[in-house]
Design a protein around this ligand. Sequence first.
Ligand SMILES: NC(=O)c1ccc[n+]([C@@H]2O[C@H](COP(=O)([O-])OP(=O)(O)OC[C@H]3O[C@@H](n4cnc5c(N)ncnc54)[C@H](OP(=O)(O)O)[C@@H]3O)[C@@H](O)[C@H]2O)c1
Length: 310
Amino acid sequence: MQLPRSARVHLAGHRGLVGSALVRHFRSEGFEDLMLYGSDRVDLRERDAVRRLYADRRPRVVVLAAARVGGIAANSARPVDFLSDNLRIQVNVLDAAREFGVEWLLFLGSSCIYPKLAPQPIPESALLTGALEPTNDAYAIAKIAGLLHVQAMRRQYGLPYISAMPTNLYGPNDNLDVTTSHVLPAMLQRTHEAHTRGDATLTHWGSGTPRREFLHVDDLARACLFLLENYDGDAPVNVGCGEDIELRELAELIAEAVGYRGAVAWDTARPDGTPRKLLDTSVINALGWKPEIALRDGVRRTYDWLRTRL
Ligand SMILES: NC(=O)c1ccc[n+]([C@@H]2O[C@H](COP(=O)([O-])OP(=O)(O)OC[C@H]3O[C@@H](n4cnc5c(N)ncnc54)[C@H](OP(=O)(O)O)[C@@H]3O)[C@@H](O)[C@H]2O)c1
């Protein structure tokens, strides 16, 4: 069913990569009553603050894109923060949602919470079937608790809350901190710098042979609203583009977008990670959703944004 465009929507985490795309998409779809509170105004780890917010503002729809998110280094160094902050944010928002009558809620999981050795492409049924990647197990356990919390809400209270599992995302408002950024923005930034300096060679990390899937965050935002309007099930739903690409090929796309004509080398002393990571998106595809932004186009658009930031 179509969500009423007059409904008040809390887009939690609206300044982040996902949250800012949700703001763009919900506005473009006619939602005008958006609740946008940064962590400086309402710290979602604080239970009383979340209860006060929901008691006062009474949102009817919630998309929970607020989370402590980070790369391997941050996850390894601060597992307690990733576990505790994410558990608290989720429990507070989900409990307040139920207490104050939120009618529709979407929780965001992540493809990195599937078992390390899940079959490829990864179906939703792979969740909880094997050991986790140890470098982000604290984050993964918190997120898995969130997925189960959503399922329990459905079972115990009959609430139509749902979860989505996005693949690797990229787009405007991505993290550009070189120590914690994801692979695509890191490669884009490195290529831009090599191009600006006029370097004859640029070196990316690893062998370049791993295959990864990338989804533009504007496609994810469309998928979030699509699922809220077209899916009412217990299982989390994978959201991806259904195709993966070798990092060497991605490096070529990026060089083309940046206009870099030098050589590209690979630092094989750096770890590659898992050889392939691709989500099985047959469930969301069968519901009638597919991505619209091709990787080449998405990389160009992300580079346009990145240039405004450097
Ligand atoms: N990026 C990806 O590739 C990817 C892939 C799969 C799933 N996801 C999922 O998508 C969600 C959003 O990720 P993202 O990449 O958009 O992260 P992000 O860019 O780091 O944004 C996270 C947002 O969460 C908010 N937040 C963090 N702690 C908070 C707190 N204590 N109180 C209130 N707000 C808080 C931050 O708000 P302020 O800016 O106001 O501090 C920030 O805007 C996460 O659940 C993540 O697991 C992301």
